[in-house]
Design a protein around this ligand. Structure first.
Ligand code: CO8
Length: 258
């Protein structure tokens, strides 16, 4: 289907969604987040797709929520719309692996959107920040919660209270991004990672995603039990049998997502 604020490109088993509001540095508005949520839902249901890459432009992954769209709104407008609430929830409901490939600015809602993905590959030009305080607002799509879990209280407070930007190297050191690559190689590296993910069992990949995400939602003992039961459950799958047989036979596994 045709979208106006994103571009969806499918090649083999990998879908790439490019945020596409270049004049506004990919600022997130209601239309863009709605289209993104819809596209992710469709790709999640499309059996051919095994991994999704979310990216922006060289200059900006996304420079935050669209300040021009928000500036005239009242509390009542925001509350009645549950501004960005439904879209953000829909995005995080994606069950297939989603990799954020971030170049340039990932600020405010842009940083929060990247953190909604399963992992972030950053170009060496990437700059992350939660500068909402400069606008007289707080983060609203998970910045105070996800960034704090990823980088710890001290650095999260620093980012939210000073509004400063973090470069890619600091972001990797802090655990916000999984790896940093030269800007020119960003999409190639993201694609190589996506291909690695795509060759696994989708059944197992979805189980991995659920188990890791559980760690944000529960206590350690409950999380460990959830993981162990998930591990046990894998022994009811054909892909466990295939994976272990292939290892014994010294061949590549042929997973069937069953
Ligand atoms: N919203 C709207 N337009 C934007 C945004 C934005 N966030 N960021 C940039 N733009 C526009 C600029 O207005 C400009 O447009 P124009 O040419 O028409 O004037 C164009 O993009 C290019 O931007 P600049 O000229 O400013 O480019 P620079 O290279 O000089 O600066 C910066 C780049 C540093 C990224 C700068 O644009 C900037 O500071 N942008 C704002 C960053 C920001 O404050 N982000 C946080 C926004 S608030 C937010 O994200 C809250 C999220 C939570 C919502 C949850 C609701 C529940």
């Amino acid at each position: 289907m045709a979208y106006e604020t994103i571009v969806v490109d499918v090649e083999n088993h990998i879908a790439t969604i490019k945020l596409n509001r270049p004049d506004a540095l990919n600022a997130l508005n209601v239309q863009l987040l709605g289209e993104l949520a819809k596209a992710l839902g469709e790709l999640d249901r499309n059996e051919k797709i095994r991994c999704i890459i979310l990216t922006g432009s060289a200059k900006a992954f996304a420079a935050g929520a669209d300040i021009k769209e928000m500036s005239e709104k009242s509390f009542v407008d925001m509350f009645l719309l549950d501004f960005f609430g439904g879209e953000a929830e829909a995005i995080t409901r994606t069950r297939k692996p989603v990799i954020a490939a971030v170049s340039g600015y990932a600020l405010g809602g842009g940083c929060e959107l990247a953190m909604m993905c399963d992992f972030i590959i950053a170009a060496d030009t990437a700059k992350f920040g939660q500068p909402e305080i400069n606008l007289g607002i707080v983060a609203g799509m998970g910045g105070t919660q996800r960034l704090t879990r990823l980088v710890g209280k001290s650095k999260s407070m620093d980012m939210h209270l000073t509004g400063r930007f973090m470069d890619a190297e600091e972001a990797e050191r802090a655990g916000l991004v999984s790896r940093v690559v030269p800007a020119k190689k960003l999409m190639e590296e993201a694609r190589t990672a996506a291909e690695k993910v795509a060759e696994k069992s989708m059944l197992t990949a979805k189980a991995v995603k659920e188990a890791v995400n559980r760690s944000y939602e529960t206590t350690l003992s409950e999380g460990l039990l959830y993981e162990r039961r998930m591990f046990h459950a894998m022994f009811a799958t054909e892909d466990q049998n295939e994976g272990m047989s292939a290892f014994a036979d010294k061949r590549s596994p042929q997973f069937r997502d069953r």
